[in-house]
Design a protein around this ligand. Structure first.
Ligand code: HEM
Length: 488
């Protein structure tokens, strides 16, 4: 080694030593005297926690909850992730202002998919305005016109089925929901003329969201390159549609139109690229989540015939009252069906882990009265998949029982806010919840009125490998056409 080289090495060693020293001091300060830190899950340093987490996050949460209680920390690589399990400890998670607990850092991996200038690529003040655009696009007046399109799509789709047959319900419902989402969200042009192209591009975007993408969203792997090409092509397609709509002055009843017409507080209209990004975000938020939930709803109804009978009875009552017509208000009367969907979603929330980054220290108190100080810098997490099955909140929590939400029982309300968190809650609660219920009800009311079903494959399991946790394998059903009337 010559002089220059050894100087370089010595410099490197000094730098490394300084970093280690600073990290140690920071860690000591963080856990300084008087701090009541949550218990930490035992595991091999560095990789131990990560490996357990990757193998099965819910198994890990279940094991640590049993050992450590409702608040605990897991070391994942160089990050500390503190979990809050149950409504007693998760209120701050859901209600904290963005300055204290933010989404931007932990959901940053979405940026290359949604594109520049939207959602997690912009400051909170701009993001809030963009969420206002979502809220406006999902108002009841808009939902009414979306429902008409949802009903038409379901009628058209199932009219292609035969008198009887065997289908993979999961595949069928996925397809129908892409068609409906295209019509209600992406607009008539895409639905009628560009459906195949655009759904292939969305497929590439989807495929570009791998578990590795969460940590390295820009890693130059083929899936990411294809994602970037698809994002660029979608931007071109939507720019053309938006220009054509603006030039012709024509206005449509879809989310695309709402985003085109949206304006920031300072009067600035949305750009074509922002509109494209917001539509992609809407599709990512709503499409898989809704199709997974419709499949679980079907699987449970076909396994638990007593609830299927109740749901069919409700359809008869509604037929008696309103005839064949289905609209927003009629769907809103379907309480039995609502509870059947809600219960499937309690057992199988597709978003199994919600995350935030903490920017200021805060204290939580468990229901046993223990207090913990959560340091600034932790990632904080809560898990709908685990919290929705807590036995002190839900009776026989692993059993499908839609009646647990009936008046008089209302188990999710009895334990207070944030007991049922499939749609999150509080400051960032899902803006698409009413849309999702309407869409799933439009599908299942049509199916219950027009078909009899039998589940012929084994009851499905969760596909834990997917980013949005769905249904593993096929869900094969045998169907036979029937016409439900008030007398049969
Ligand atoms: C069964 C279907 C759905 C489920 C289970 C679901 C679940 C969720 C959850 C858990 C969150 C909170 C995320 C967090 O706190 O980090 C969320 C947020 C959101 N969802 Fe949904 N969602 C569904 C359907 C939809 C649909 C159909 C749309 C739009 C068309 C939508 C739009 C949104 C938006 C915009 C947010 C962000 C709200 C905010 O951060 O302020 N979702 N959703």
């Amino acid at each position: 080694m010559d002089r220059a080289e050894s100087k370089f090495v010595a410099g490197g060693v000094l730098l490394l030593a300084t970093i280690v020293f600073v990290k140690l001091v920071a860690a000591l300060l963080r856990s300084g005297p008087g701090k009541r830190l949550p218990p930490t899950a035992k595991g091999l340093p560095l990789l131990g926690g990560l490996l357990r987490f990757m193998k099965g996050p819910i198994v890990m949460v279940r094991e640590e909850y049993a050992k450590l209680g409702s608040v605990f920390t897991v070391n994942l690589l160089n990050r500390r992730v503190t979990f809050f399990v149950g409504p007693e400890v998760s209120a701050h998670f859901f209600k904290a202002p963005e300055a204290d607990l933010s989404q931007q850092e932990v959901y940053q991996f979405n940026v290359p998919t949604f594109g520049p200038g939207v959602v997690f690529d912009v400051d909170y003040s701009v993001r809030q305005e963009q969420f206002r655009f979502f809220t406006e696009a999902l108002r009841v007046a808009k939902l009414r016109s979306y429902v008409d399109q949802m009903v038409l799509e379901a009628q058209e789709y199932f009219s292609k089925w035969g008198e009887s047959g065997t289908v993979d319900l999961k595949y069928e419902l996925e397809h129908l929901i892409i068609l409906t989402a295209s019509r209600c969200l992406l607009g008539r042009e895409v639905r009628e003329k560009l459906f195949d192209d655009v759904s292939a591009l969305f497929h590439d975007l989807d495929n570009g969201m791998q578990p590795i993408s969460v940590i390295f969203p820009y890693l130059p792997i083929p899936a990411h390159r294809q994602r970037d090409r698809a994002r660029a092509r979608l931007a071109e397609i939507f720019a053309t549609i938006i220009k054509a709509r603006k030039a012709s002055g024509q206005s449509e009843e879809d989310m695309l139109q709402c985003f085109i017409d949206s304006k920031y507080k300072d009067g600035r209209p949305t750009s074509e690229s922002e509109v494209t990004g917001l539509l992609i975000a809407a599709l990512f938020a709503g499409q898989h989540t809704s199709s997974i939930t419709s499949t679980w709803t079907g699987a449970y109804l076909l396994r638990h015939r007593e609830f299927l009978v109740n749901a069919v009875e409700e359809q008869k009552e509604i037929l008696k009252k309103h005839g064949e017509k289905i609209d927003h208000d009629i769907l809103s009367e379907m309480d039995v069906l609502y509870r059947c969907i809600k219960e499937a979603l309690r057992l199988h929330p597709p978003l199994i882990m919600l995350l935030r980054q903490s920017h200021s220290e805060f204290t939580v108190r468990t229901r046993e009265g223990k207090e913990y100080d959560i340091p600034k810098g932790h990632i904080v997490a809560t898990s709908p998949a685990f919290a929705n099955r807590l036995s002190h909140i839900y009776k026989d929590p692993d059993t499908y029982d839609p009646d647990r939400f009936s008046p008089g029982r209302e188990e999710d309300k009895a334990a207070g806010a944030f007991s049922y968190i499939s749609f999150g809650g509080g400051r960032h609660g899902c803006l698409g919840e009413p849309f999702a219920y309407l869409q799933i009800k439009a599908i299942w009311s049509h199916l219950l009125r027009n078909f009899e079903f039998e589940l012929i494959s084994p009851f499905p399991e969760n596909n834990w490998n997917a980013m949005v946790v769905g249904v593993k394998g096929e869900v094969m059903v045998r169907y036979k056409r029937r016409k439900l009337t008030v007398d049969n």
